[in-house]
Design a protein around this ligand. Structure first.
Ligand SMILES: [Ca+2]
Ligand SMILES: [Ca+2]
Length: 489
């Protein structure tokens, strides 16, 4: 808790203070599938992210921030519309929110800035996927699309289970950093930061692809990571013995290999090193963008938000990948810096990516749509230790939720099974306390915060969508009924 003891210097006034004063710019930096293996978050002792750490030193580091869904499309749809997956029914990799009848016309975060007279620009992955016809309606200027960039002619690792998905790959192969999509995304953002935008404030969004798989990395970057087992995360071999069987159903038939396969194929260390190296590479690109912001003279009138869309397992709980309601999958980096934020602050309150939309509205004075489900973080940006009654909720398909407060995590699944963890005593979530009589009150308190509305997946959902009918016990994974009682090893 040292972070909250650091002397807080509030930089200037909080946000926009009325007509006559220029609204601040916004720089939104999103990283894909980036868990808490970030230097200042201390999620991994070997994670080195000097540029993100430097950003945290001139703003607020949210140490206990969580995604609303542990998957790209639902997480990003939630952040950018300001609505929970349990409210919208966007749970899977499809559909695009513009194709959802109940969301048609809903003003997204970039649209709110565009309407307010901002120059809106995007490069790389911010939305999960935008149909070409809808692009101009989201951001006025579209830059380099990003993505993985150059790749090897064939996969670097042995064929993976579940169809040998081409993206399930990692490791070093000779290529130049300039050939990577993330380098080009940073270059495009750097160019834009040197422009004047016709005198308008800008909302610039830059979305980095790595460390999303394939984690391909030039050899000199992989060489920065120790090549021994010190890189591996600590795991408990029997960790899943006290987790509900239903937790496997959320992770049913995915292309991400399980720990068993990764070990048997001598790929665990390679995956972990590649992931760490990719994070370090993205951090360097973040550094280029932040350097350009400084050089532009706009550091003091630009709100910078840096976050990821969800976390990623690298062996913990016997799996790799996302799609879980545990800490490794829900905890994300979140840093906010610039006008209206304390410097070198660290906040341990449970906060959500959903809070970004209303926070940016308050910091800039732009009026957002009604019904934003997040809560502005401005009180915490001024005083990270402020007493606020907050929890963070992550949903993965209807009926499956995690509720995280400053200390505990409660999980409930659609079949009624549950988990409870004390993160203070058990930061790796190895011991499920749900049957512990002393935990009844904690459970009831967190349970009372579950979403009141919990709608089914909208039409057009399929990929990574699980539908479960508690009355009949029927479970449907990606449109096909699965045989309950079976546990995939
Ligand atoms: Ca993602
Ligand atoms: Ca366990």
């Amino acid at each position: 808790m040292l972070g909250v003891l650091i002397a807080i210097l509030v930089a200037g006034q909080t946000g926009y203070s009325g007509p006559g004063r220029a609204r601040p710019n916004v720089l939104l930096i999103m990283i894909d599938d980036q868990n808490d293996w970030i230097g200042c978050l201390k999620g991994h002792p070997l994670a080195k992210t000097p540029h993100i750490d430097a950003l945290a030193r001139r703003g607020m580091l949210f140490n206990n921030a969580h995604c609303q869904a542990p998957l790209c499309n639902p997480s990003r749809t939630s952040l950018l519309t300001g609505l929970r997956p349990s409210t919208t029914g966007v749970h899977g990799l499809m559909p695009w929110y513009g194709d959802v009848a109940s969301l048609r016309g809903r003003e997204s975060l970039p649209q709110a800035f565009g309407r307010a007279g901002y120059s809106t620009l995007v490069t790389g992955k911010i939305w999960h996927a935008v149909p070409p016809a809808d692009r101009a309606g989201q951001f006025k200027v579209w830059g380099h699309p990003g993505g993985p960039g150059v790749g090897p002619v064939a996969k670097l690792i042995p064929p993976t289970p579940g169809g040998n998905h081409p993206m399930m790959d990692w490791g070093a192969f000779p290529h130049k950093e300039e050939q990577k999509g993330d380098f080009k995304v940073a270059s495009w953002a750097v160019d834009q930061l040197g422009k004047t935008h016709d005198g308008k404030p800008f909302f610039l969004a830059a979305g980095f692809f790595l460390p999303h798989v394939p984690c391909h990395i030039p050899p000199e970057w992989l060489a920065k990571i120790p090549d021994d087992d010190s890189v591996l995360p600590a795991i408990d071999a029997n960790d899943r013995d006290d987790t509900p069987r239903f937790s496997w159903y959320l992770h049913w038939d995915l292309p991400e290999p399980r720990l068993k396969w990764v070990r048997e194929n001598n790929q665990w260390r390679n995956l972990v090193r590649s992931y760490l190296a990719c994070t370090q590479f993205v951090d360097a690109q973040v550094g280029r963008v932040l350097e350009a912001l400084k050089a532009s003279g706009h550091e003091d009138d630009t709100v910078v938000v840096l976050c990821s869309d969800h976390g990623f397992h690298l062996g913990e709980k016997q799996i790799t990948g996302k799609n879980t309601l545990w800490e490794r999958s829900t905890r994300v980096p979140l840093v906010i810096a610039g006008p209206g934020t304390a410097k070198a602050g660290e906040c341990f309150r449970a906060v959500e990516l959903l809070d970004i939309y209303p926070t940016l509205m308050e910091l800039t004075g732009v009026k957002g749509p009604d019904g934003l489900e997040g809560r502005s973080l401005v009180p915490l940006l001024k005083n990270p230790a402020a007493q606020v009654d907050r929890v963070a909720i992550t949903t993965h398909n209807r009926g499956n939720h995690a509720v995280r407060d400053d200390r505990y995590r409660y999980i409930c699944y659609a079949d009624g099974s549950e988990e409870l963890y004390d993160l203070r005593e058990d930061p790796r979530e190895w011991t499920n306390l749900i049957g512990n009589a002393g935990m009844t009150e904690v459970k009831a308190r967190l349970q009372s915060r579950l979403p009141r509305v919990d709608v089914a997946a909208v039409p057009g959902s399929q990929h990574r969508v699980l539908e479960y009918d508690r009355a009949t016990g029927k479970a449907v994974w990606e449109g096909k009924e699965i045989k309950l009682g079976q546990v995939v090893p």
